[in-house]
Design a protein around this ligand. Structure first.
Ligand SMILES: Cc1cc2nc3c(=O)[nH]c(=O)nc-3n(C[C@H](O)[C@H](O)[C@H](O)COP(=O)(O)OP(=O)(O)OC[C@H]3O[C@@H](n4cnc5c(N)ncnc54)[C@H](O)[C@@H]3O)c2cc1C
Length: 247
């Protein structure tokens, strides 16, 4: 018990921090549900084309042509890329800028992405001791955890850990299911609450995955007729604020 007190600081918070500003509490829910809600609000659903992969963007003074891997193409005035960390639109923006304004976007910016932390995250079914609306954080040496309990006591959980070194763009590790299981097995004894251990939540998992979290804040978010949004230009190390308690 003494060791536990020494190395573990646990905080129990509730998801009510938003209420005074917005009139709503914060909620945690599956990403698919958010997409479903947003999709339902789109009036003209013919504008949404799924299973398309952008491969090239041709940029001219008059407009853009977006080409897809299925040989279809689309013309427009501008192209907005919200295509994530490995954004093709961002790369096509760099390619067009290099051609028309060489040197404007330096090579260092293109290799700026790095990764220092890994996260095992998942969703588990209701686990005794964890109730909806609670948000728990535990700081241990070299690893910290965050659990957020949503509707029906669904447990959204995260284990954060610093990797052995900082990995640069092109060498950021990818993990298998076995890596994820081995990582979890090393941390089953972490207390999420005085009477709830990570192992209890791990046993009830419905989904889990281990990732290295990329970090990058690119200087150029737009150029010409290109604009990039979200992780494609500003990727923060998700949840790494929870690591501030690590040595
Ligand atoms: C473990 C973890 C936990 C997180 N938890 C939270 C959280 O609690 N709250 C929060 O706000 N954020 C969280 N984040 C961060 C959040 O997931 C991202 O910031 C967010 O998803 C970024 O959205 P995005 O649309 O920019 O990119 P993404 O969500 O990565 O979406 C990019 C989309 O573009 C598509 N795409 C990629 N390439 C192409 C292509 N060539 N052509 C067409 N489409 C393409 C992909 O299929 C994908 O659908 C978390 C991230 C991680 C890793």
């Amino acid at each position: 018990m003494k060791i536990l007190e020494w190395c573990c600081r646990a905080y129990e918070l509730t998801l009510t921090w938003n209420f005074s500003r917005t009139g709503y509490d914060a909620v945690f829910l599956d990403r698919q549900l958010i997409l479903e809600v947003l999709y339902r609000q789109v009036k003209d659903k013919s504008k949404i084309l799924t299973s398309k992969r952008v491969s090239h963007v041709d940029h001219t003074a008059q407009g853009v042509t977006v080409k897809c891997t299925d040989d279809t193409s689309y013309e427009g005035d501008i192209v907005v890329g919200a295509d994530g960390v490995f954004s093709v639109v961002r790369q096509e923006m760099w390619r067009a800028a290099d051609r028309e304004e060489p040197g404007l976007i330096p090579d260092e910016e293109k290799h700026h992405m790095k990764s220092e932390y890994q996260i095992l995250y998942g969703i588990s079914s209701a686990t005794p001791g964890l109730t909806a609306g609670h948000y728990d954080v535990t700081y241990m040496k070299d690893v910290s955890s965050m659990t957020v309990i949503g509707k029906n006591d669904t447990v959204f959980w995260f284990l954060f850990s610093r990797m052995d070194r900082v990995y640069k763009f092109g060498e950021i590790p990818r993990y298998t299911k076995q890596d994820a299981e081995a990582f979890a097995e090393r941390h089953l004894d972490i207390n999420l609450q005085p009477n709830v251990k990570f192992g209890d939540v791990w046993k009830n998992r419905k989904y889990s995955t281990l990732v290295a979290t990329e970090e990058a804040d690119y200087k150029h978010w737009t150029w010409g007729r290109f604009a990039c949004l979200g992780d494609s230009v500003h990727k923060y190390g998700s949840g790494c604020h929870e690591l501030t308690g690590l040595d």
